[in-house]
Write a protein that binds this ligand. Sequence first.
Ligand SMILES: *Cc1c(COP(=O)(O)O)cnc(C)c1O
Length: 497
Amino acid sequence: MLYTSTRNKTLRVEASEAITRGISEDGGLFVPVEIPKLSMQDIQDMIPMSYIERAKKVLSLYLTDFTPEEIDYCVSGAYAEGKFDSDKVAPLVTLDEKAEVLELFRGPTCAFKDMALQLLPYLLTTASKKAAPDKQIVILVATSGDTGKAALEGFKDVPGTRILVFYPRDGVSPMQKLQMVTQEGANVGVCAIEGNFDDAQSGVKKIFTDKAVGAKLAENGLMFSSANSINWGRLVPQIVYYCSAYADMLEKGNLQPGEAMDIVVPTGNFGNILAAYYAKLMGVPVGKLICASNANNVLTDFLTTGTYDRNRTFFTTMSPSMDILISSNLERLLFHLSGEDDAAVRDWMGKLAETGVYTVSDEVFAQIKENFDAGCADDATVSGVIRKTYEEDGYLSDTHTGVAITVYRDYIAKHGDETPTVIAATASPYKFSKSVLAAVLGETPDLDEFDMAGALQEKTGVKIPAPLSNLKDKTVRFTTTCPVDGMEQQVYDMLGI
Ligand SMILES: *Cc1c(COP(=O)(O)O)cnc(C)c1O
């Protein structure tokens, strides 16, 4: 199994090189040259397996230059007993007669990013031993809140790695900020920037691809790699839980073998929903992939019109991990849907960079309509749905999952679709206690972050996850803020070079 670039389809690299480099030199993203298949029997065979066994099965199809022992080491370390607050790692919880919630937030940082970022350090250090044996890896992360913490936690004190995280100063929740600025570990650095997530992401991408910066790192025995969702090593672990969810749907009797399930995903950078699309390409029977957005609805417009237009107002919402106007992973989808037309992808991405707008061909748009549905919801509507879902279905969701549930309800109302559905739940409600408490109570009490969490626990009986309640006693270690054009200097400062 080899990988190519979305902007140069003649390129061929092994999985370990794709994971070590993170992004292709031509600016494109690494994608598998062909998609491995799972038969219905393969999926049924997963039913009695543990999550670790299921992950080994799926990953071994993609990481063919890893030995079975290496895959076993990586997966067993990432999803070891005790790391996730559920035996099933990613359990299904019933919402109503038709829908199950796939809880992806049972890991150490209480967001779905843990599903990939607990595994990525293992994949990356194993891969880099093959692809770049004598370099220390520097992980550079731009975060809208959850990736940063999950990456810090995943890479903390991993030998041979350093990790630096940039987050938008006013774009993360108080709990998310506290999680990052109290991060422990000798190889970590955290810095706020004066800008939004897209500024942080563009800044990181620029530093990452700057030849002079790369040369300076090389002089010091260092090399960049990426833990952002553009890294194939981030995406591939996410394919696992959609295959796993189908096996669990069979086990619960919600589906007959071969019957389709719909998947609803609260979407930002398009990584999570793209993983579901890969699961579909592999043979998991998936009907519609329903892309749920908040007020930053650039994807809703794109998936329903075929025109991507980032020239619009940026909203700061109560689902900050989805406050994104440039969804990087969309590039991979376009590559596959266009029949691997790298020239078209270069053209669209060039237009996106220059004018902020591009329109895909009719053929690509037809395929988008066949596979995807999309919807969006503003904060007030989502708040109402969080409250109603808690009161009527007894399920307490976070604000991001609330967007997905809202869009799911709208979809059902519009299409009357009876297909069994899996809704991805991406964060613990306690990462966004203020908004969730306000939704459930219908008013915002004047309390600090921890008292809000306490009040929410008292009201709902849903327990505060230990990794969040423990933050109260941690020391703040990182207080630096820099302008966007000061990020490069920050990197040098944090690395001491
Ligand atoms: C990152 C994140 C998302 C968006 O996921 P993408 O893969 O970027 O689409 C949604 N919800 C939460 C809680 C997140 O942390």
